[in-house]
Design a protein around this ligand. Structure first.
Ligand code: URA
Length: 177
């Protein structure tokens, strides 16, 4: 189940250029879930290809993980205007698509506060829970959930970068299992 090319389930259709669908290995057991497409992603219709995406791919590559090893997606498939956080109503309008995308994943990485709030169902302070394994239910299935920083947070401090590097090592281990 994918959004209709003319999807209008929430108001984000009004300002989007492209619906940004998942990329990478769509059958991977590991998924990375970001917040929402940014300007570059909206323009080209692919997640995590702008500045944050390039940094994320570099961190993954250092751990031996490539874009094609994991499923990469976002809580919402359309860019919120001005790159604001997606609203809970927008995330719930897109939820069925996310659940379908994650249907073969066993380990889900939540990148940043919005993704973690959407998948956990409550607000969290990422620095308190980063890289701590949790169990969540997605589409009626229990999976492992690992919260971590969004790559954009790395511009504000080395702690976020260190955490993301640990997450990348964990992803590499999961892919070897
Ligand atoms: N930030 C996100 O959360 N997702 C993207 O696809 C790009 C930037």
């Amino acid at each position: 189940m994918r959004p209709d090319p003319d999807c209008r389930l929430c108001g984000l259709w009004e300002s989007r250029t492209n619906i940004v669908l998942p990329s990478g290995n769509l059958d991977s057991r590991v998924a990375l879930v970001g917040e929402a497409p940014g300007t570059t992603e909206d323009g080209q219709g692919m997640p995590f290809i702008g500045r944050s995406g390039k940094l994320l791919m570099r961190i993954l590559a250092e751990a031996g993980v490539s874009r094609d090893d994991v499923l990469i997606t976002n809580t919402v498939k359309c860019r919120p205007p001005g790159n604001r956080d997606p609203k809970p109503s927008e995330m719930s309008a897109c939820r069925a698509f996310l659940e379908c995308e994650l249907s073969s994943c066993e380990v889900i990485i939540g990148l940043g506060r919005s993704a973690c709030r959407d998948l956990l169902g409550y607000s969290v302070n990422i620095s308190e829970i980063a890289n701590r394994d949790m169990r969540i239910s997605v589409g009626g299935r229990e999976v492992t959930f690992i919260p971590t920083f969004h790559p954009a947070a790395c511009t504000y401090g080395k702690a976020a970068l260190d955490c993301l590097r640990i997450t990348a090592e964990r992803i590499a281990r999961e892919l070897r299992r």
